[in-house]
Design a protein around this ligand. Structure first.
Ligand code: SF4
Length: 445
C-alpha cells in the first residue's frame, strides 16, 4: 500500500474505492523489449552452491555414506540433518524437469504405470524420468548419472496427498523404508492440539531414523539445526520483503530461482551465507534506485505454483509492460518464523502447520489481504494448476472475494506446474493484458 493510505481503505467495497481519483490513464505502453531477468551477481554463488549440493549427494550415494534421505519440500528436514542425513528433494527434481521443459517427455511413462494424467505433474514427470533412467542433472553435471538412491523416504502430507503416493511408489520400487507424518488440513487457527499431535509424530520418527542413519539422536544438535533454519528463513524473508520497496528490486520470477537454497539447504550454513550475500545485493539495488522492472507501473501478486517451463517468457512479457510481480505465496512458504531452537519439536510442528497450504479458506484470505497491504499490490494473478489442486486457490471463489473486499483486479490463469500441454500461451497473455488494462483504469491505491 502506498504511504498515506489508510489500511481501512482496503476493506472498502469496490464501488466506494472506484469513486477515488483515477490513475493516470495511459495506453498499455511498453511492449518495449526488456530483459526477462536482471541478473544478480549472487547467481554465480547459487551456481556453485547447486554444483556442490548435488556433487555431495552423488558422492554419498556412491560411497553409501553419509546416509541419504529423500524428503518432501516442507517435511521434517531439520530432524534429518540433525541425524546426519544428506537430504534430497524429489520436488526440486520435478521443478528442474519443468524448467527444462522435459516433463512432457516423461509424464506418459508414469501414466503407463497407472498414474492418471490429472495427478501432480511433478510426480509423473519425476517418476517417468526415473523409469527412463534419465535426469536433467546429467546435463548440468556430467559426473551425475542418476539421482541419489535413498536410504529412507520421509514425507509430510502438509502440502498434499500426492507426495505420499509419490514416495510410496519409490519405497516399493527401491525397497527403501517410508516414514512420515500425517498433517492436519484446512486449519483455521493453529492450536496447541494441532502442535502436540504433529510434535508427537515427529518424535516418533526418531527411533527408526536413528536405526537407519546409525547415529544417536542428539537434542542439542537438533536445536543447532533449527537455529540455522530459523536464521536462514529470516534472511530469505528479508530478501522477499525488500520487494515492498517502490520500485521493487526483485520479481517473483527472480525469487523462484533464488529460493533454491531456502529449500535445499534449510538448516545449514550454506543457506545463511547465500542469503546474506543476496540480501546485501538487493538492498544495494534499492540504495542505487535499480528496479527489477524498468519504469515499474504495475505491482502484481502471484498466487499458486510457478509455471516452471514459462518463467522466462512470463517474466519478459510482464517486464515489457512495466508490470512487476512483487510477491507470491509460493516463495513466502519457505519463511518459517515459528521455529524456536529452545523448543525444537513443537516449533517444527507449528511451522509445518502454519503453512498457507495447510490452512482454511478464511485463513488464506486473511493472509492474502495482509500481503496486499504489505507489498502495495494492485492486481493479483491466480494460477490454477491443473494437476495441483492443493496449491490452486481459485477454485472456491477466493479471487472474487478478494476483488470485492479490496477493490482489486484479479485474474485466473489456467496452466500447470510442469505439463505445458495444459497451458495456453495465447489465453494466458490475453488474460494478463486484460488484468493490466483493468489496473490502468483503476483508481490509484
Ligand atoms: S503441492 Fe502440488 S506440485 Fe507440490 S507435490 Fe503436491 S500436488 Fe505436486
Amino acid at each position: 500500500m502506498r504511504p498515506g493510505r489508510n489500511s481501512n481503505d482496503l476493506k472498502m467495497p469496490a464501488a466506494a474505492v472506484n469513486e477515488g481519483p483515477m490513475r493516470d490513464h495511459y495506453p498499455l505502453q511498453g511492449n518495449a523489449p526488456q530483459p526477462a531477468f536482471k541478473p544478480f551477481a549472487a547467481a554465480a554463488r547459487l551456481k556453485n552452491f547447486l554444483a556442490g549440493y548435488f556433487a555431495e549427494l552423488n558422492a554419498a550415494a556412491q560411497a553409501d555414506r553419509p546416509r541419504v534421505a529423500w524428503c518432501t519440500s516442507v517435511g521434517p528436514v531439520e530432524l534429518l540433518r540433525s541425524l546426519g542425513f544428506l537430504v534430497y528433494f524429489p520436488e526440486n527434481h520435478g521443478a528442474l524437469l519443468g524448467a527444462s521443459r522435459r516433463a512432457m517427455d516423461y509424464i506418459p511413462t508414469a501414466n503407463a504405470q497407472g498414474f492418471s494424467p490429472e495427478v501432480c505433474s511433478y510426480l509423473t514427470s519425476d517418476i517417468g524420468a526415473f523409469i527412463r533412467g534419465e535426469t536433467p542433472l546429467t546435463r548440468a553435471y556430467p559426473d551425475i548419472l542418476a539421482v541419489p538412491r535413498p536410504h529412507v523416504l520421509v514425507y509430510s502430507t502438509n502440502q498434499c496427498r500426492d507426495v505420499l503416493d509419490w514416495f510410496g511408489w519409490y519405497a516399493r520400487r527401491l525397497q527403501a523404508p517410508l516414514l512420515g507424518v500425517e498433517s492436519f488440513r484446512q486449519v483455521e487457527e493453529v492450536t496447541s492440539t494441532h502442535v502436540a499431535a504433529m510434535s508427537r509424530q515427529l518424535q516418533a520418527l526418531v527411533p527408526p531414523l536413528e536405526a537407519i542413519s546409525g547415529e544417536k539422536f542428539d537434542l542439542d544438535r537438533l536445536r543447532e539445526v533449527v537455529a540455522l533454519s530459523r536464521r536462514g528463513s529470516e534472511l530469505w524473508g528479508q530478501v522477499l520483503k525488500t520487494a515492498a520497496h517502490r520500485p521493487s528490486p526483485l520479481t517473483f520470477f527472480d525469487a523462484a530461482i533464488h529460493m533454491a537454497p531456502a529449500v535445499l539447504a534449510r538448516g545449514t550454513d550454506a543457506a545463511l551465507d547465500y542469503y546474506e550475500e543476496l540480501l546485501e545485493e538487493v538492498q544495494g539495488r534499492i540504495d542505487q534506485g535499480v528496479a527489477a522492472v524498468d519504469g515499474e507501473r504495475y505491482r502484481l501478486y502471484w498466487e499458486g505454483m510457478p509455471i516452471w517451463g514459462k518463467l522466462r517468457d512470463l517474466a519478459g512479457f510482464l517486464a515489457s509492460r512495466q508490470a512487476c510481480v512483487v510477491a507470491s505465496t509460493y516463495c513466502n512458504s519457505w519463511v518459517f518464523t515459528a521455529l524456536e531452537p529452545g523448543d525444537p519439536f513443537d516449533s517444527l510442528a507449528r511451522a509445518a502447520t502454519e503453512l498457507f497450504i495447510v490452512r482454511s479458506e478464511a485463513a488464506k484470505e486473511r493472509y492474502l489481504v495482509d500481503m496486499v497491504q504489505r507489498f502495495g499490490i494492485e492486481g493479483m494473478v491466480f494460477h490454477e494448476a491443473k494437476t495441483c489442486p492443493s496449491n490452486s486457490n481459485s477454485r472456491y471463489g477466493l479471487p472474487r472475494r478478494l476483488a470485492a473486499r479490496l477493490g482489486l483486479p484479479t485474474v485466473v490463469i489456467h496452466g500447470d506446474v510442469n505439463d505445458l500441454r495444459l497451458y495456453s500461451e495465447e489465453q494466458t497473455l490475453t488474460s494478463l493484458e486484460a488484468l493490466l488494462e483493468q489496473m490502468a483504469m483503476a483508481p490509484a491505491r
